[in-house]
Design a protein around this ligand. Sequence first.
Ligand code: NAP
Length: 278
Amino acid sequence: MSRWYRAALGPSWSPVGLDRIRVAVGGRVVLVTGASSGIGEQTAELLGAAGATVLLTARRGDLLAALAERIVSRGGRAIPYAADLADPEAVDELATRLLADHDRIDVVVSNAGKSIRRSLTDTADRFHDVTRGNAVNFLGPVRLLSALLPRMRARRSGQVVNVSSLSVDLPAANFAVYSATKSAFEAWLRSVAPELRADGVATTSIHFPLVHTAMSAPTYSTRLPGLTARQAAEVVARTLVTRQRLLVPWWVRLAGVLTNNAQGPYEAASAALLRRRS
Ligand SMILES: NC(=O)c1ccc[n+]([C@@H]2O[C@H](COP(=O)([O-])OP(=O)(O)OC[C@H]3O[C@@H](n4cnc5c(N)ncnc54)[C@H](OP(=O)(O)O)[C@@H]3O)[C@@H](O)[C@H]2O)c1
């Protein structure tokens, strides 16, 4: 992240020192979903280095095992749990294993996600994209949290961090399924947040702008301003220190308010842009 880009994001996006992260997560148990690559992988490495026991989940078990080995070789604690979040039975099995293996899970970083860049026309004969996006970005995380949260609430402590996207504030053409499913999870979390807060469980949502990972690579050039996966992990770690409820770049908030209040002109401008491109 260049200096000007960091300045554009504002001070709440700056990294905090490892010592402060250690105070927040040292000796705690942190589940990171989508830990096999990108933001999740870097978050697990960082939290493992800060003394957390990191529970790693994603489908690619070989990558999770290699990551766990790396964390352990540096003196940390990490355990891989391969599972497909889009498969309800696999999610139930994962939750059962996690609850059996660990008396407590202090933090869930709900990071696994699937992004689909596809127009409405191209989605017409690919409804499975809608089903799958919904399963990974909404139904799977809700199912997993529904199983894990009762114990957190009973202990009256914990935090859920939702790794979300600016597409919640600024839905854009060609990203309908992604925006809708990320927004659905955000709405669910906002709705349950008061119940969780009443029981001592904090919630955090981070609306990331572009992060250069395998997910964004097919769509966005690495020359565009964005965070690296490591920098995004530092933002996630920062929220475990600050327990901030919502982190949205100020310019995304502003653009969100403007486009919400001028949907007609915004959609007309987007349509003109699409027409020009095609
Ligand atoms: N990159 C960006 O510009 C950007 C911006 C805003 C928000 N985000 C959000 O950041 C999060 C992480 O994305 P990333 O950029 O780090 O991309 P990434 O490197 O592609 O990571 C996605 C992770 O999700 C896991 N995943 C996907 N489908 C899954 C499934 N069915 N079951 C279990 N795990 C699954 C993947 O693991 P397996 O393939 O091994 O299952 C992988 O570990 C996502 O929620 C994304 O929406 C990204």
